[in-house]
Design a protein. Structure first.
Length: 369
């Protein structure tokens, strides 16, 4: 349908501005698409637009054609494979190379992150941690980083354990001209897992785009482990994103004399879990309860959409429900979310449901109207 294609074109165009200022003329369009102005997606709006607003449909068509040429798929909320209940819900879209079922890849997943200027100790820990997680059938999520640093070694180690499917998150477009990183790892990841970005083709990495990437890293998985980080490292933003969204945060202790362990020690002092190997994080995700207890309480993250004369999209505050399955939890969450809008047309909940064992599933529940 042409209307749906127009929506996709506009979403693609709006992704061009993610992480930076959104032209004032486009704020109404962004809000109509359920996007928040003034947050981490669009941090600012210029008081005066220096140029006339772009034709969003034309721009979106150009970006989608460029993506097609580069083998990149665009995902929107509601598409199969969309990772509901993660930071992606606040974006206009995602751009993916490889398996477009991002939600499926994240079903059992852990983020491994750290500084680029890592030590030999950090290299070894990142490698062992990622390899052992992959050996336990856990998807390792890390930054699509240059050939150095904690993320790079974790990424490489996750790929070394076939046939596990890693997910790498980039701070740039995924086309060859925009992404400057280890092409071999990108191609191998695209064949087995997915390389994901908030940014369309043609956009290089910038400081603000790294911040967006870090937000996704911290919210894509049930748990995040920081291997090495200085006290003022941007890597700590990944841990913050995980913590404020209710995810588990772990940190690897290091030598007290190491500057790149100071941030980890700060996290540990603030209550992060001590991680010395994959088993620590696996035990934490499994939880302390009995098997019966572990099937009962599910965590719900998501986005609600409905029509009460105006189409509205809102993030849902995280909450828990008692259920016997991910789908039952989503049905119960739908009843809770729309209790105040029982007659709303088109009521839809795009939910990310996490069980006590850390297993994630994206579920969409919609009204029968």
């Amino acid at each position: 349908m042409q209307a749906e294609e127009d929506i996709r074109d506009v979403a693609a165009a709006l992704s061009r501005y993610v992480g930076g200022p959104l032209p004032a003329d486009l704020t109404g369009t962004a809000e109509a698409h359920g996007l928040t102005i003034g947050g981490w997606v669009y941090p600012s709006v210029p008081e005066v637009s220096p140029q006339s607003p772009p034709d969003l449909r034309e721009l979106g068509q150009q970006l989608r054609r460029a993506a097609d040429r580069a083998g990149i798929v665009m995902l929107m909320r509601g598409d199969p494979g969309w990772p509901s209940g993660t930071g992606a819900d606040e974006l206009p879209c995602l751009w993916v190379r490889g398996d477009r079922d991002v939600a499926g890849l994240l079903r059992r997943a852990v983020t491994v992150a750290g500084v680029r200027e890592c030590t030999e100790y950090g290299q070894h820990v990142a490698t062992d941690l990622a390899f052992d997680l992959a050996a336990s059938q856990v998807t390792v999520v890390c930054g699509a980083a240059p050939a150095a640093g904690v993320d790079y070694y974790a990424w490489r180690a996750a790929l070394a354990h076939a046939p596990q499917q890693p997910v790498a998150v980039a701070a740039s477009g995924l086309d060859a001209e925009s992404f400057h990183g280890p092409r071999e790892l990108v191609e191998r990841t695209a064949r087995r897992g997915a390389v994901v970005s908030a940014f369309p083709p043609g956009l290089p990495a910038t400081w603000s785009r790294w911040s967006v990437r870090d937000r996704l890293l911290g919210t894509f998985t049930a748990a995040t482990v920081i291997v090495e980080a200085a006290a003022d490292s941007r890597t700590l933003d990944v841990a913050t994103a995980a913590s404020v969204s209710g995810r588990l945060v772990g940190a690897v202790p290091g030598p007290v004399s190491s500057k790149v362990s100071a941030g980890c020690h700060r996290l540990l002092a603030s209550g992060a879990m001590t991680v010395t190997g994959a088993q620590d994080i696996l035990r934490a995700l499994a939880g302390p309860g009995t098997a019966v207890e572990a099937t009962r309480v599910f965590r719900v993250y998501g986005t609600a959409s409905w029509d009460d004369g105006h189409w509205r999209t809102r993030r849902v505050p995280d909450f828990a429900v008692e259920a016997t399955s991910h789908h039952e939890a989503a049905d119960l969450a739908y009843e809770v979310v729309f209790a105040a809008h029982p007659g709303a047309a088109g009521a839809t909940l795009d939910a990310g449901i996490v069980d006590p064992g850390g297993t994630y599933e994206a579920v969409q529940v919609a009204s029968s109207d």
